[in-house]
Design a protein around this ligand. Structure first.
Ligand code: SF4
Length: 311
């Protein structure tokens, strides 16, 4: 028991007697440095194994933006790699062309790829679409994230194809996934809610995997700090326009007051997926009449956007 004026006692790790560095509010467990790192890496390995995200012989392209999530993803996959002797990792970075933001994160991505001795490929919007995101968004900044998302999806596919990857791993974390569930519910977009689960358009695109989908943003931050890899990088200037930013704040508050909220959202999504899978399986995947990429309508989102932006 702690008495008045007595020094505050640092809790011990729930698994050993070392001082704790992290408290998991949902389970009530405390973790020391080593057990925290082992717990995070073990949960990522479990996610990969239980969902067959990576199989022997895979060549995994890591979508490395240079931000904290993709940096943690690279570190964790590189540390797990010795246990998968036939798996290969490559880093792919997309340069959207966002002045005052991308330079620093691309530099950080370069350093991380070099540190872990990974081949590193960069694909730019300028090279693929003939202009930067900054140029495309003149006068329509509030649409930044939807425009960026469509163009980046294509750029990542091109990058993954160029390096001959069989999987494309992104750094989406638990917070991102829970936010996407909530945003799709707010938009009333049930098909997208289910489609967001990493669909690969029936084998027509390189399958996307999200090994950090059950690791929270806070856990990623602590993981990076414990490895001395935390970097205070600038935020994308267009993030202020994003609905995601508002949802992020709401969910962070709810998670803090009611630990487990984000995991419960993911569980809800899984139940909705299970109920809707039969319906969604009947939806035909077509080919875009402009570019032949798989899509659900006559013309894919990218070609519609190109027409609108005059690309
Ligand atoms: Fe693109 Fe929006 Fe992310 Fe900026 S915040 S990189 S515009 S998706």
């Amino acid at each position: 028991m702690v008495h008045e004026n007595s020094p505050v006692k640092t809790p011990s790790c729930s698994l050993c007697n070392e001082p704790a560095v992290y408290h998991d509010k949902k389970t009530g467990r405390h973790f020391c440095r080593d057990h925290f790192i082992a717990d995070v890496e073990g949960r990522v390995a479990d996610t990969i194994r239980s969902r067959n995200l990576i199989v022997p012989g895979d060549h995994v392209a890591i979508a490395l933006s240079g931000g904290k999530d993709s940096t943690a993803l690279l570190m964790i996959l590189a540390r797990l790699l010795p246990s998968w002797d036939t798996v290969r990792l490559t880093a792919v970075t997309i340069d959207e062309g966002i002045a005052g933001y991308r330079e620093d994160t691309i530099h950080s991505a370069d350093q991380m790829a070099a540190k872990y001795r990974l081949c590193h490929t960069c694909v730019s919007f300028l090279e693929l679409f003939g202009g930067t995101l900054d140029a495309f968004l003149k006068g329509c900044e509030p649409e930044a994230c939807s425009v960026c998302g469509i163009l980046r999806r294509k750029a990542l596919n091109v990058g993954a194809e160029r390096v001959g990857a069989t999987r494309l791993a992104t750094g989406h974390n638990l917070d991102d996934e829970a936010q996407s569930v909530f945003m799709n519910v707010l938009r009333g977009d049930l098909p997208r809610l289910v489609r967001d689960s990493g669909s690969d358009s029936k084998g027509m695109f390189i399958p996307r995997i999200k090994p950090l989908m059950f690791i929270s943003e806070k856990e990623i931050a602590v993981y990076l700090m414990l490895h001395g890899a935390w970097a205070d990088l600038p935020e994308c200037p267009y993030a202020v326009h994003a609905l995601r930013r508002e949802v992020r704040g709401m969910l962070a508050t709810l998670e803090s007051k009611h630990p487990g909220t984000m995991l419960h959202l993911m569980e809800s999504k899984a139940k909705i997926e299970a109920h809707c899978s039969g319906v969604l399986d009947t939806e035909p995947v077509r080919h875009c009449r402009e570019c032949n990429d798989p899509c659900s309508g006559e013309t894919c989102q990218l070609c519609q956007l190109k027409g609108r932006l005059g690309i």
